[in-house]
Design a binder for this molecule. Structure first.
Ligand code: 5GP
Ligand code: MN
Length: 369
């Protein structure tokens, strides 16, 4: 049996096309979206393994670095958090799990026009930003799923840390094989990984059962604070910088909390709003089934997937909360967004620096609310 025999038929040609594109590249920066999650990190890791097997010179880049909860993960090379001092002069970039330059981080976004690029992604809303090639499959559950097919097309067995990298992306973006994107193809790939020695349970254990006390306390407080709005249809929770500081928690400690908000009976849209700096807030939306939260996020300059999306509002926390709830309610009631744009959205879209510069893991930023 050939490794390509494991690739679902609709994806074989594109996976082979991506392998050819990678063969034509060298001196490659490999990057996912800013504030990487498990799929961005897993896709970047898988790419590292594939490029190493191809004998390519590459470096891994993530702005502003991997979250601490992924610190255990065996990345195939050092993950650079700056492009100021690179080990070689980059000629190419492999852009993963990211559909727009603004979400790559400001350094890479600025360098992009000088690089030959390949883009592999599963986000809605674009055809890709690769100059050498694009593979954007919005039906794919995770970018790591596509990277698995690229590896198979390159004749690489999905064993060891390469298999684990794919599993990290799959586990993250399917919510542990529970979300609506958990297709038969995803489960077939997961079965293939397990058959090849991947310990999914180990990964799950490392990701789920390693909470800091700060995270625990923060979740406790937020569980108390969360409210339901708009006749019980919106589960909402605002989080200030003070909240994080008080609990000695990091913003990455909020990962997964928005999914908790969706557990409340009757809630159709879960909305988490986090103060990033005194006049800038980041929101995360989650839904179930036929409720399109990407459209809601897009109304406010954001994006993502049908049931999981996010964006930024350039408003103080209280005002941002009001605006967010108003915008969600409009869509839930089946009313089109109004024109002109409300303050804090649209033309005031955030810049790449906003997300990476405003705090992240840096507790020195936790001073105001
Ligand atoms: P999260 O809520 O976990 O931060 O993100 C959920 C989904 O929305 C992810 O696919 C993420 O890439 C996307 N997303 C989050 N924030 C933004 C944003 O500001 N702009 C766009 N285009 N997508 C976003
Ligand atoms: Mn993803």
């Amino acid at each position: 049996m050939q490794p390509t025999d494991f690739i679902p038929a609709p994806y074989v040609q594109d996976a082979l096309r991506m392998v050819e594109a990678l063969k034509g590249m060298d001196r490659i920066v490999v990057a996912g979206h800013v504030n990487p999650d498990g799929d961005a990190a897993g896709s970047v890791a898988a790419a590292g393994h594939i490029l190493r097997a191809m004998g390519k010179e590459f470096m891994l880049y993530a702005a502003p670095g991997l979250p601490r909860y992924l610190g255990f993960f065996p990345m195939p090379a050092v993950v650079h958090t700056s492009l100021a001092h690179t080990p070689f002069t980059p000629q190419c970039a492999l852009l993963l799990d990211c559909g727009e330059p603004e979400r790559l981080g400001s350094e890479l976004a600025a360098l992009l026009p000088q690089l030959d690029t390949v883009n592999i992604d599963h986000h809605l809303g674009g055809d890709g930003m690769g100059s050498l090639g694009n593979w954007v499959v919005t039906e794919a559950a995770a970018t790591a799923q596509l990277m698995a097919y690229v590896a198979m097309a390159a004749d690489l067995p999905l064993t060891g840390d390469l298999g684990l990298s794919v599993a990290l992306g799959l586990l993250t973006d399917t919510g542990g094989f529970c979300h609506g994107n958990t297709s038969a193809d995803v489960l077939a790939l997961a079965s293939h990984l397990v058959a090849n020695g991947c310990h999914l349970h180990w990964l799950r254990e490392k990701m789920d059962n390693d909470w800091s006390l700060g995270r625990w306390r923060l979740w406790g407080q937020l569980m108390e604070r969360a409210v339901v709005e708009h006749h019980g249809q919106i589960g909402f929770c605002p989080v200030s910088l003070k909240d994080l500081g008080r609990c000695q928690a990091l913003k990455e400690d909020l990962e997964g909390f928005v999914e908790q908000l969706r557990r409340l009976r009757g809630v159709k849209v879960a909305a988490l709003l986090r103060e990033e700096s005194p006049r800038l807030c980041k929101f995360s939306l989650r839904s179930y089934g036929s409720i399109d939260v990407r459209a809601m996020a897009a109304d406010m300059g954001g994006g993502g997937h049908f049931n999981a999306a996010g964006g930024t509002l350039r408003l103080p926390l209280k005002k941002a909360g009001e605006e967010l709830l108003r915008r969600i309610a409009l869509r839930l009631d089946g009313r089109a967004p109004e024109i002109p744009e409300a303050p804090g959205t649209g033309e005031e879209r955030h810049t790449p620096d906003d997300e990476t510069a405003a705090g992240n893991n840096d507790q020195s930023q936790v001073t105001t609310s």
